[in-house]
Design a binder for this molecule. Structure first.
Ligand code: 9MR
Ligand code: 9MR
Length: 543
């Protein structure tokens, strides 16, 4: 009896706490703000004025008028916007409205994105497969023993019962499979992150047992690359297995207890092209650190590129016995990206000609809606940002103009949305797309610098960390009221209340239907492709 009363009280307390947090009428970036950054909040209660108070002294340090009301249909809300960009002094603050409504406390200082960046990379380390992992976060130890050491079997590529080394890499998401197409976009984005933000990210350490031979960021990417290289067929043809998984998804057990056989599947042309792009890119990124590895990557890339040239027809992946992730993607965009990276890696004319021939047969429209199924942008951005000579001026100009046009559209959408969401669509993994659009903004800013691009990128980060309909962070372990029940097998099996930290969840399928429930994989799964975009967005914010 006593026990029951106790749990009822507990439940009530929990509900109250939850209600308090989600009822807060002041929606803002719960990580805080850089001193020079644009600073806004969205409030859902009638207020014509606001003040910002110092959280230590409760003294008012800034006051202003709100703008609004603005009505937005998809969330069915009337809101007012608070702008306190001119408050630049470092400190800890809160916003107060005339009716007494008070925001959470938030910092203004130059470090607000540093730890979130570190933790979002820790997420990749914790995804490692084929080894034990171990990290302490907020008083919990997240760990698992070495897993999937039998990866994998060649049954589906014509060698029944034969086992070969496919150990390593990262698990894909809340499941433990390993998929090349999704690895492609993930590494593409992470390599870009390194290329453009190396000075600020090279000293960030997040690997608990780092070998310290490389900056942690590159050590982590190399961990994945070492696995990627194992996905080429052992027959020397250059074909690349589409994935390495069980036939069916595992139950919710820790990875070391997921013991069913996992197989190298048949190749696909999309996976093979994606493999070319990432190995070619890796050869560039690792060249200054590890020449032998760089050369190994490039010769693997050449081999697979050669195969695709000799066999240009599309080879889709067919699931057959498999029910794990499909990641079936047309190969044209992957091939375009492969040509761009081969040209960048080698400077050889053949690859430039291939890229320009391919793009001339496509339209020149940069995508604002892109994910693992379409890496056209990665090819285009790589070509546009390349310092190599010899580009066709006409093609370059068209792509340049279109990149700016699409980025301007993203800025406009962000400005129109009361929560600065830069993107109108909702679907499985759309939070990843939201974060990924910071790449479009970044490239536009490189081509034609304008602070509107960076501001929209900050607004995107703000959206993901609380300035959204839910007034919650979408990233586990970070920010206000973060997701507690991601679709992640480790979280479901480890008996720790807190989820594994640093992970962006997929998001809603409408503006108001996201749910923080483990079983809802289409709303609340974590995944390497959207994680990489979060890493990019945070790295740019660090600048
Ligand atoms: O757990 C799986 C998740 O990782 C995948 O993203 C998702 C879609 O492919 O599928 C989940 O597995 C579900 C399966 O598809 C249907 N039965 C319930 C499984 C979830 O426990
Ligand atoms: O991100 C993928 C999403 O675009 C698809 O609609 C969905 C269904 O095919 O699959 C998602 O990817 C999942 C993959 O199939 C298996 N691992 C988990 C991925 C994230 O949910």
């Amino acid at each position: 009896m006593k026990k029951i009363t106790f749990s009822v009280v507990f439940l009530l307390m929990g509900t109250l706490l939850f209600a308090q947090q989600s009822n807060n009428k002041i929606h803002l970036n719960s990580l805080g703000f850089l001193p020079k950054q644009k600073k806004e909040a969205t409030v859902t209660v009638i207020s014509s004025t606001f003040v910002v108070k110092d959280a230590l002294t409760n003294k008012s340090v800034f006051s202003g008028k709100t703008t609004g009301p603005y009505y937005q249909k998809d969330v069915n809300q009337q809101v007012w916007i608070v702008d306190f960009s001119n408050l630049k002094k470092e400190g800890k603050y809160y916003i107060e409205l005339p009716d007494g409504e008070r925001s959470i406390d938030f910092p203004i200082n130059t470090d607000v994105y540093r730890d979130p960046f570190r933790v979002s990379m820790l997420g990749f380390y914790l995804w490692r497969c084929g080894t034990a992992v171990h990290a302490e976060y907020n008083g919990n130890i997240f760990s698992h023993a070495a897993c999937h050491l039998e990866d994998g079997y060649d049954d589906y590529i014509g060698n029944k019962g034969h086992q070969r080394d496919g150990v390593g890499g990262w698990h894909d998401a809340g499941d433990y499979g390993k998929y090349i197409v999704n690895t492609g976009i993930t590494l593409g984005v992470l390599f870009m992150t390194w290329e453009h933000f190396q000075p600020v990210i090279q000293h960030v350490s997040f690997i608990p047992d780092s070998k310290n031979e490389l900056p942690d960021f590159l050590e982590e990417l190399k961990w994945e690359m070492n696995w990627v290289l194992k996905m080429q067929y052992p027959d020397g043809s250059g074909r690349v297995s589409h994935k390495l998984t069980r036939t069916h998804f595992s139950p919710f057990v820790m990875p070391e207890f997921d013991k069913e056989k996992r197989y190298f599947t048949e190749w696909s042309s999309a996976a093979t092209a994606s493999f070319v792009a990432i190995t070619a890119k890796a050869s560039q990124i690792f060249a200054p650190y590890d020449k032998a590895f760089s050369e190994k990557c490039l010769s693997a890339a050449r081999l697979s590129y050669g195969y695709l040239k000799q066999h240009p027809e599309e080879k889709p992946f067919v699931q057959g016995d498999f029910q794990t992730g499909g990641y079936q993607s047309k190969d044209t965009d992957d091939k375009l990206w492969a040509a761009a990276e081969m040209w960048n890696a080698t400077g050889e004319k053949e690859f430039l000609t291939d890229f320009e021939r391919q793009i001339s047969a496509m339209n020149f429209v940069v995508d604002e809606n892109w994910d693992w199924g379409n890496v056209f942008n990665l090819g285009v951005f790589s070509y546009l940002l390349s310092k190599r000579k010899g580009k066709d001026k006409n093609i370059e100009q068209k792509l340049h103009q279109n990149t700016l046009k699409v980025a301007d559209g993203i800025v406009a959408k962000s400005a129109k949305d009361v929560y600065c969401r830069p993107f109108e669509r909702y679907y499985w993994g759309c939070n990843g797309t939201v974060a990924r659009l910071t790449i479009n903004l970044f490239v536009a800013n490189k081509l034609k610098p304008n602070e509107k691009y960076k501001n929209a990128a900050y607004d995107t980060v703000a959206h993901l960390f609380g300035r959204n309909y839910y007034n919650r962070s979408y990233v586990t372990g970070l920010g206000l009221n973060p997701p507690m029940n991601p679709h992640d097998r480790r979280c479901g099996a480890d008996n720790i209340v807190e989820p594994w930290p640093g992970y962006l969840v997929g998001g809603g399928h409408s503006a108001i239907d996201w749910i923080d429930k483990e079983e809802s994989y289409s709303h609340n799964e974590i995944a390497i492709n959207w994680q990489a975009s979060l890493v990019f967005a945070l790295a740019w914010a660090l600048q």
